[in-house]
Design a binder for this molecule. Sequence first.
Ligand SMILES: Cc1ncc(COP(=O)(O)O)c(C=O)c1O
Length: 468
Amino acid sequence: MAEEKKYSPGVEKYIREAKTFLARQEEIRTRMQRMKFDTIAVHGLYSLEEALNRNQGAIIEPLYLATSQGYRDSDELEAALAYLIPTWCYTRIANPTTYYLEYVLALLEGYKTGCETSCVVTSSGMAAIMMAVDPFLVKQKEGPEKINFVSSIQLYGGTYQHFSVRKMKERGIEVRWVLRPEDIEEWKAKIDENTRFLYVEAPSNPQQSFCDVKALADLAHSWEIPLIFDATCATPALMRPIAYGADIVVHSLTKSITTGGLAIGGALISKKPIVTRVKNDDPNFKASFAEYVKFWPYRDNGPAASPFNALMAINDLRTLRMRMDTVSQNCQKVAEFLEKHPRVYQVDYLGLPSYKLYPLAKKYMKLVDSDDGSGQEVNRYGHLMSFRVDGPPENARKVFDRFRIIFRATDLGRIKSVATIPAISTHQQQGEEARRMADIPPQLIRLCVGAENPDDIIEDLNQALNSL
Ligand SMILES: Cc1ncc(COP(=O)(O)O)c(C=O)c1O
């Protein structure tokens, strides 16, 4: 909302009306903030009151497919387009269905972090990543200027391409790669006064790399720069990086959050305020970054989500915690089986005590609102893992081609188990050298375990591996 100044009596009337509405919304938000994770996920901000007064009692959030909103008169139109009242005017700018998703995600990502948060939902995870990083890469002075950011190299292939081609090659922005994100000294050595932010994905897709979240956030803040965190594989049910100091969290909603596999989407959630040295005239840039993005670059660049996809995500999100519990336990069982299989020479899964990053992940990856009997939350490590098949790369292809129920697809986070060979799919374009640096050999099969009975998945893997 823009700052207070005098408007015509007609416009003022709508501003007063909006204030009453916003005060009531704030009461509902505060009430929900006191509830448990599952309750927030199930209800979000869609209250009984809103259903009865504004939506004919519908118990599920309504789907607003209309592209635009009509106004009562010119005063309301003027107030709306000046952002003086809550409005959605046009779906590229805002939409009521998408708004429900934004609020529930802000609450879930901020849950038990002690921080206030805001959220903007986008058309895809890549759009959320672009919206998160671009505002920090603007020039700050006249003439030539050196700009860099420091990122883990262990990233989803699309993010790697975005950083190395769109940012580095096309825009001349230097990306300084960190090869071992768990090593804080490597991050330290790469930051300087021209660094605009740190970027990390954890657990990473597909390598299962991880980092010391708190140490990384502290390091970023010692340089007065933000930590941007892709927490897609964790979801807020297993880790909320804002609790450890991260400034901005991005998600591909397409993955475990919308497990049903019927919608593409992304989300950017920011802590209020974020840490940054970048100057911007809008106070929201620092105070509520996601709102800044929504009001300005999002409006001007056009990465809005489809309201239909937003509703799909809202619906799947309600059961996020219990689903992540089940699929994590399934994945654990499958990883333990693969670890013992003679045809497999390496299993990368954060939940395996033999895995090098297990102690670090154990510190951070916990099922929210669970109890191990001693008042501690139980560890859960998600449903993404990878394994490497003995022998030449053709062996991995043979095993892959023999799966009977596991889907061969460049997808993850599904309710159904899916597998891919990243070197020939998601990470094909980044080339052999970058794959070597990111530790993605052609023998590696990425597997995301779904909610089937894990014994059936184990049986499928066993018959495929034994065919060698
Ligand atoms: C960790 C991670 N981040 C971001 C993305 C990009 O998300 P989307 O496909 O929704 O654009 C993906 C996609 O696989 C991913 O795995």
